[in-house]
Design a protein around this ligand. Structure first.
Ligand SMILES: [Zn+2]
Length: 247
């Protein structure tokens, strides 16, 4: 064992079993065994990156925030490393009952392929069932990605993509709530979803919002413009057609 390797081991933790496949590791492997890493075609640099990343996640981040830290950090990692970390998060924490772990799983699925959207929804709804509030999140990306507005907005998009329009609207209403109605785009996003449900419903929504005394001038003006668009759509008999039928 060279001096560099010894230096590297100081301050690192090792586990007896690979965190991923649970088999007993051979000497010199840290948290994940070499054969698990090999499945992801990691280059030596990528392998080092993964090991360092896991080491800091397990030593510098408390267990409560760990998965959120990991999940949010994978956002700025690409290629094989990202595939590896997504897989790690989903397989190691799949059965965790901790609400924050469940949330991190939901957001990990949310950033993956369209085919994973139903799983993103499943874990998101599981998270919503728990009474836990979000903790103050200390890492930079985590703090941004786990802002309430950002979460509701992300899952509004996911519901909309899955043609669950009522739930998309529910999420957007939450966006407005946490923002105290300051973001006029959230109002328009709701209108856009209503247009997909039924243009008459969209018209009714905009009329109600314009009459609402509590909305800002900006919101009212944008809704007036959007109302004009919707009425034009109604006139030409516009009907939203999904690109593919819902399975
Ligand atoms: Zn392994």
């Amino acid at each position: 064992m060279g001096e560099d390797k010894i230096k590297y081991m100081i301050g690192n933790i090792m586990t007896k079993h690979c965190l991923l496949c649970k088999t007993e590791k051979v000497c010199g492997e840290f948290l994940v065994c070499d054969s698990c890493k090999a499945k992801f075609d990691l280059s030596p640099d990528e392998s080092d990156f993964i090991e360092n990343f896991l080491q800091s996640s397990y030593t510098k981040v408390g267990s409560k925030e760990r998965l959120i830290y990991m999940s949010s950090s994978t956002e700025c990692v690409l290629g094989n490393c990202r595939r590896f970390l997504n897989n790690f998060i989903l397989s190691v924490y799949n059965n965790s009952c901790d609400p924050l772990d469940i949330l991190a799983i939901a957001t990990t699925y949310a950033r993956m392929y369209a085919a994973e959207r139903p799983l993103a929804i499943k874990y998101w709804e599981l998270f919503l069932e728990s009474p836990t509030d979000l903790p103050p999140i200390t890492n930079l990306f985590g703090a941004k990605l786990y802002l309430k507005w950002h979460l509701y907005s992300t899952f509004a998009n996911i519901y909309e993509s899955e043609y669950q329009f009522d739930k998309a609207i529910q999420m957007l209403k939450k966006c407005i709530e946490v923002d105290a109605g300051t973001n006029s785009s959230d109002y328009i996003r709701i209108g856009d979803v209503y247009v997909k449900i039924d243009t008459k419903a969209a018209e009714e929504y905009y009329l109600k919002t314009i009459e609402n005394e509590n909305v800002t001038e900006d919101v009212r003006n944008r809704c007036k413009a959007a109302l004009a668009d919707v009425r034009e759509k109604i006139q030409r008999g516009y009907v939203y057609r999904p690109r593919k039928a819902k399975q």
